[in-house]
Design a protein around this ligand. Sequence first.
Ligand SMILES: [Fe+2]
Ligand SMILES: [Fe+2]
Length: 209
Amino acid sequence: MDDLQLRELLYQALETEVGGQLVYEAAIRCAVDDDLKEEWGKYLAETRNHEAILRETFERIQLDPSTETPGRAVVRFKGQALVQAMEMAMSEGGPAAAQLVAAESVVEAETKDHQNWELIGAAAGRLDGELAAALTDAYAKVEEEEDQHLYHTMGWARELWFQALGMPAVLPPPEEVKQVTSAIAAARAKGARDAMLDEELQVPPSALP
Ligand SMILES: [Fe+2]
Ligand SMILES: [Fe+2]
């Protein structure tokens, strides 16, 4: 294990959680759909908790959370860019367009967040002692939430685009309805959207002549 690179991963993970909160705060301002607003409110609270979990982990493994690295600065810069993109959409694109930009921005931020934790979990499996225990404990607390943040928001981004195109959309998306927490389950939920649309579009027997 490259110790220096593992520390870099942890610094970037902390910065991702800090920036993620700003991304969610902007995304909530862009959200029009009430279910989506509520969902992102929950993810914002969980992201705050992830920051706290990482800070506890840093303390446990005696890592200074304020250490700056060039990689960390890049993560911060990208988070700020996503917030700016949402502000641009809000002032120039109208509410529906801003909501779409917000969904895509959350997917981008959560792609990084999700991968950080996947790597932390994998690294923990190859380490031993207190470092392994600290990383394993943190990973166990956040892993499932990160799956939801990414896969559910991917579903929202796709279905909101369908809706914007004037095509049938499944809202809330199948990933959320089916409580997806893995890439395989996300693919399965996406595959089930046609059946869900058919169910929704079915004419009730009482409406038939
Ligand atoms: Fe997170
Ligand atoms: Fe997340």
